[in-house]
Design a protein around this ligand. Structure first.
Ligand code: KG4
Ligand code: ZN
Length: 340
């Protein structure tokens, strides 16, 4: 029985994991709190984590029907993330583990994302029996990266964004259009009834021979486009067309570069996780492309795309079973931790 905690950004989350099964997964999102500032305010996030931590952790134990004394290990996200936010879950996790004299594991946030697509079913469990080497796209407001997962617990980062993350691009594009934060889900909804070929936006680094991404140029081109065509925002259908065109530019780069890397590495499976992998356009295009190339596709379930402690706990339990201890009671958070 393992208690997992995740507080790296703006979600306070706790989960109880046992034998690869998610006994409970509680997520308290702070989106509303940060919306009025148009982005996550680190100091507010930390205070909100402090306020939410006990109720969330208690609810996770309660839902799992477990008492603290039954816990055999505790895990928490060590990094990367906002320092003051990470501190809350990580230090609380260490304190709980120390009080119980049980092992404590510090988990890399991105590594945890790699395993969320393998959590499925109701009740949710990690389908490691179906695991196969894969190409994993992690795409959210803070990260956009391609990772080759060669085997369980063994991976290699192929590339990532050199400036803005894809979710950041959705959010900044939406801000230019006057949409509320976070704009990703709003653009997704409006794009559904828009024409993706209405306006032509650049597909940055699409044909470059690397696995990197860049989205800040796309954001700038949207800014100039709106400066030159301000009336577009006054018409509902043009706004939908604009959303569909922007989404299509982002999705095309993500899908083509993911599939190209999968083909090059000769993997038979593609996975995706992170907030942007909720995007219906991305999910549909990935599905089409993988079907064409006869690749298996595992998308994280929508509730597990965004940050959650279940993925942290699933990975932590796997590491514990493999004898990989990753942190001590007095270790520190690692806000800039890079995935190798
Ligand atoms: O994983 P997440 O909750 O937090 C981190 O950034 O780590 O991802 C949040 C990001 C935001 O940028 C949000 O706009 C984007 O994911 N997002 C979406 C969708 N849902 C969330 N972007 C596009 N389409 C969506 N449906
Ligand atoms: Zn994340």
């Amino acid at each position: 029985m393992l208690l997992a905690l995740e507080t790296s950004c703006d979600e306070t989350s706790a989960a109880v994991i046992h034998d690869g099964c998610v006994l409970s997964s509680v997520v308290s999102s702070q989106i509303k709190l940060h919306a009025e500032y148009g982005g996550v305010v680190p100091e507010l996030a930390a205070r909100e984590h402090l306020r939410n931590f006990l109720p969330v952790a208690t609810a996770a134990l309660h839902e799992a029907g477990v008492t603290a004394s039954q816990l055999e290990a505790v895990a928490a996200t060590q990094g990367p993330g906002l320092p003051t936010a990470l501190l809350v879950g990580f230090k609380a996790g260490q304190a709980i583990a120390y009080a119980l004299r049980k092992p404590f594991l510090g988990i890399h946030h991105h590594e945890a994302h790699l395993y969320s697509p393998w959590i499925a079913g109701n009740p949710a469990r990690a389908e490691f029996d179906q695991f196969e080497p894969n190409l994993s796209l992690i795409v959210s407001g803070g990260h956009t990266m391609l990772v080759h997962v060669e085997s369980e617990l063994k991976h290699r980062v192929l590339g990532g964004t050199i400036d803005d993350a894809a979710g950041e691009c959705f959010d900044k594009a939406g801000k230019l259009m006057g949409l509320p934060y976070p704009a990703g889900p709003v653009i997704d909804r409006l794009a559904e009834q828009g024409n993706p070929n209405a306006f032509d936006f650049p597909r940055p680094l699409l044909n470059d021979a690397n696995d990197d991404f860049s989205f800040s140029g796309l954001k700038t081109s949207i800014r100039y486009f709106l400066r030159d065509h301000p009336a577009i925002l006054d018409n509902e259908q043009s706004l939908r067309d604009l959303c569909a065109s922007v989404q299509s530019a982002i999705v095309e780069v993500l899908v083509k570069k993911t599939l190209r890397a999968a083909k090059r590495l000769n993997v038979k499976c593609v996975t995706a996780s992170g907030g942007v992998s909720c995007n219906r356009g991305l999910r549909a295009e990935l599905a089409k492309a993988c079907e064409r190339q006869r690749l298996k596709l595992r998308l994280a379930e929508k509730s597990l795309c965004t940050d959650n402690a279940a993925m942290v706990g699933i990975l932590a339990e796997r590491k514990l079973l493999a004898g990989q201890m990753t942190a001590q009671y007095d270790d520190e958070i690692a806000p800039g931790l890079q995935l190798a």
